[in-house]
Design a binder for this molecule. Structure first.
Ligand code: NIG
Ligand code: FE
Length: 444
């Protein structure tokens, strides 16, 4: 692991104050937004404009945002010289930390040769059918110890943090047996303690059908053995399934998600990624927090998701890497869906940078930089149940923020050479991101 020297950044009540001032643009969040717990329960998502304060300032106390406003007003009440942390952001934009709501960041092994095979014409599903793809990563991930998995995950988190991501959802799903699925979830839990990035864990036992099993027989194993063990362990919040032709049918996926619900795990669905199967409607029917991918989703699917408050999570890096058509982000936004974005970081989509995701969302999916930023912050937070202000800089929310190298928030999507993120604060505390040049060592 690359040591950030940070450790997990606590938010205990020590009275610690942080003042960030002089920001050319301070992006607070969506215009008119309120945390779900202060507005009678709406889900805290956004369909539209950003609230931006020019020459803005922010005060955080004990890691939470206390107040935002214009620098002259704020610094009169909270002089920077009296703060524990004072940050002059003159000439720089300040935005909420990014939330990455869909990753498979615990894995071992290397699949760069499959990148070459795909360039020569092999498809993702052909590789999986031959025992490659996910199944190959399963073989590699069953080997390492817990500590090795934790170190590899923390190294990836170092890179994500350096690119501005402060909250990440991480899935299991490369074990496909009780022992490895639980070890992966344990690795997520340990990394959450050890690393400043805030983690949310998802159980994805139904990620692929292991060699030698039928899908039905394997679903029995997930429901009868894995889910009880995962529930006992108490780390996972969500239960996800890869609902896809030749993987898990709608019926099999429903069985897993309904069993997960009985153990208190909220559903998520990998839906309509490589074909149209019905995963998006299933997500609406079972009350999923999100349906993810949606490359083949129809208008009817989107309507069903809107009516059921299912957040659509779009993964432009996956479409980019697979050479597939992108999901219809523009159409979903216009239909009123709270579109969220994620990296889908996994051995088939080696991307840990939410900035590049926003670049793709603008250039390939027709979103504005403001919509891409909302999709990478407040809407992404809603997809993982963080409706306390995470992904905004609204009073009451965590003071997770990014100081950019340029004066406008559009720098995030505009740049695709190196990150626009100059400094990262987690819970009002600056964290080290000096690992930017480090690839975050993969295990093999
Ligand atoms: O979201 N589609 C299923 N799962 C991942 C890919 C995982 C892998 O190929 O290792 C996804 O794209
Ligand atoms: Fe995925």
């Amino acid at each position: 692991m690359t040591d950030t020297g940070n450790g997990a950044v606590g938010d205990g009540s020590t009275g610690q104050t942080c003042v960030v001032y002089g920001a050319s643009e301070l992006v607070v969040g969506p215009a008119g937004w309120e945390p779900a717990d202060q507005n009678g329960g709406h889900t805290g998502v956004s369909h539209g404009d950003l609230e931006v304060i020019e020459d803005g300032a922010l005060v955080a106390v004990d890691g939470r945002v206390e107040v935002v406003g214009e620098t002259a007003t704020i610094t009169r009440g909270y002089p920077p010289e009296n703060a524990d942390v004072a940050l002059d952001a003159t000439g720089k934009a300040v935005v909420p930390g990014f939330v990455d709501p869909h990753t498979h960041a615990v894995f071992a092994g290397d699949r760069s040769d499959e990148f070459e095979a795909k360039l020569e014409g092999a498809s993702y599903q052909e590789l999986l059918a031959e025992g490659g793809g996910i199944l190959r990563t399963v073989r590699a991930t069953r080997e390492p110890s817990l500590e090795t998995l934790v170190e590899a995950l923390c190294a990836h988190l170092d890179v994500m943090l350096a690119h501005g991501t402060t909250t990440v959802e991480v899935k299991s799903g490369y074990g496909l047996d009780v022992e490895t699925e639980c070890r992966m979830l344990e690795a997520i839990d340990v990394a959450d303690e050890r690393h400043p990035v805030d983690l949310v864990a998802t159980f994805l036992g139904a990620h692929a059908v292991p060699e030698g099993a039928t899908a039905d027989a394997y679903v029995d194993r997930v429901v009868e053995h894995q889910l009880p063990a995962v529930a006992d362990q108490g780390i996972a919040t969500y239960c996800d399934v890869f609902c896809e032709a030749d993987v898990f049918s709608v019926g099999q996926s429903r069985r897993v998600l309904e069993a997960g619900l009985e153990y208190g795990l909220t559903p998520k669905v990998h839906a309509e990624e490589l074909s149209h199967l019905g995963g998006a409607k299933l997500a609406a029917e079972v009350g999923a927090a999100s349906a993810d991918h949606l490359l083949y989703a129809t208008d009817e699917d989107v309507q069903a998701m809107i009516e059921a408050d299912v957040v659509p999570v779009l993964l432009p890096g996956t479409a980019f890497g697979l050479g597939e058509a992108y999901a219809d982000a523009r159409g979903m936004f216009e239909a009123g869906a709270p579109v969220a974005l994620a990296t889908d970081f996994n051995p088939n989509c080696h991307s840990r940078d939410m900035g590049f995701v926003q670049t793709l969302a603008c250039l390939e999916m027709g979103l504005t930089p403001a919509e891409a930023l909302l999709g990478s912050t407040v809407n992404a937070a809603a997809a993982i149940g963080r409706t306390d202000g995470t992904g905004t800089l609204s009073p009451g929310g965590p003071a997770d923020l990014l100081v950019l190298e340029g004066p406008r928030y559009a720098q995030v999507a505009y740049r695709f050479d190196t990150t626009a993120v100059e400094q990262v604060l987690v819970n009002g505390t600056p964290v080290s991101t000096s690992v930017i040049a480090n690839d975050g060592g993969e295990t093999s």
